[in-house]
Structures are given as C-alpha cells and as structure tokens.
Ligand binder design. Sequence first.
Ligand SMILES: [Zn+2]
Length: 326
Amino acid sequence: MVCNDFSVFSRSWLRLVAIPALFTCAVPAHARGKQPAWPNQLRIEMQRLADVGWQVRMAAGTLCPAQSNGIGASFDYIAAYSPAMRAAVMGATGMGDLPQVAAVAKGSPADIAGLRPGDEIQTIDGRPVSAMIAGSAQPALFADELEMFLSQGVPGSRVALTVRRNGASLALDVQGRGICSTQILYKFESGVDAYADAGRNRVAVTSGMISFNDDDGALAMVVAHELGHIIRLDGKAGSIGERRRMEDRADMIGGALARCAGYDLDRAAEFYRHYNRSDWLRWFRDPSHRSMTNRAERVLLTPEGVACPLTAADLTTLVAAAEAKR
Ligand SMILES: [Zn+2]
C-alpha cells in the first residue's frame, strides 16, 4: 500500500505540484466509523484492486513498457502507518513485525501456490525479509518495495517463499508469470482519484476511488484508463488540446483493455456516468477532459478488427480510432 509518497504525481495534469513526501498515513474520512473496522475495510479494497489490477495487466499483455515476473500478491507493512494507528491495525489484521500478504489476486500464481492474505513473509529465496527491511531506505514503503522485488525475476521463474501462518512456518514455491510490469498501487487517501506515472511505471488508485466504484467493471475501467497512459508513455501535456488527445487515447485503450480483461464494458462505462452524476461541475474545473457522458459513449465503442488479446497492431487501430472520433 502507498501513503502519501506520490510527490511526483499531480492531482491535475495541468498542474505539476510537488507535495512534500509524508510517509505515514492518516485515516481517510470515508473509512472512519465504517463497518467493518477500517483496517479490514482497507483490506477489502486492496483485494478488489488486486483482482482487477491483475486481470487488466494480464489483458495488457506485451503492450506495457516491460514484462515482469508477476505473482499477484499485494503486501502491507506496519511502518506504513503512523505510530498512533499501529495498535488498531495490528489488532484488526493480525499484522506483526513482518510484511503481511494483504491481497492475493484470484487465479494468480500466488493464489495457485496457496499464498493467503494474512501470511507473513519470512524469507524470499532463502533471504530473510527482516534483513531487507533493515536495508530499506524507506521502511514505510517497504510493502511496495517487496512487491517490486518479487517481480524482478525472469518472467516465468520460480520464487521460494517461507511464510508464517498461524504461528507456523510454511514453505511455498510460486511459479511466476510474465505480465505487464506496471505496478498497480493502493493509495490510502479519501479523494476519488487515480494516477499514472509513466516515468516510474506505476499506477495508483485511491481508497476513495475504489469505494466510489462498487462495481468491479467500473473500477477496471479506471485502472485500464491509467494503464492506457502508461502504455502510451504519456507525460505532462504541452497544451489542453494535447491533454485531451491523451485522454481520448487512454479512454479508447482503456475500454479495450477492460473488455479484454473480461469486464462488461457497459458496467465499465458506468464509472463515467456515476462520476458525471456525482460531480457535474467537473467539466468546468478540468477542461482537459470531455464531458463524462461523452466519455462513457466512447469507451463503449470497439473499433473494427480489434480482438483479444490486444496486439501492437490493435493498439495502432485504437489510437487511430481515438483520433478519428474527435
Ligand atoms: Zn487520464
């Protein structure tokens, strides 16, 4: 999980604001006072993001900038939380002094190998995780560091894990799988936001965005749109017109990715309709985006000849279609 480390991310593509890095979390307003207890609510959100992120990354195939050895597990680590919150988190999740598996994507290598949420990672290929933590420059971000470390092998290679479960040690052999290398990170924040950082090859989705989208198809559309930006290596646009073209392409690529990931595109388009209903003034505040109704219609379009899995030729077709529909 990620707290407030996304200093390179802008809340708006038109403004690049450097936010000082803060490495501890505050409880998002939406998580306060909810049932189940908020640490468990976060785990439910992380599980949804793990499932959706895995499916969308699989659908992206080789279109991403690189392939990694994916296992499909997300982690949590106590140093990510402020000292005042730690007792509540430990009590609710059973987390101790080792990183804990927060979510395992359905059907992923970690799932097949028997890794389960709640497992604490003791060793990786014989290397003690405690030594890795001791060597970490940012222990608060160790969970994401761990996920990245585990995916660094040659795609398809095995990773030997020792985990602690119910007080006993258990050895698990995970057969990784070649997958789009982009990290899909959970950001502990109440704002309804998602971000793509092509330079660091990662997407972040806020807890507010996940709870806003109670349908997985809609959440898939958000993740797939951001992955569309990564695939295109989009950065800061030089003008509003350029930004809109980037958004149009990301919508078109995202729609195809969400469909190829097995999600109902009509449900995926629901994100835009829902967003439109909840925030009709957004258009005035953010002129780089089209009206949400217009965007909902666009993601439902499937250009002629595009099939799953998507190929580089399909990507060219999608980009051309995004330009043609302007
Ligand atoms: Zn976008």
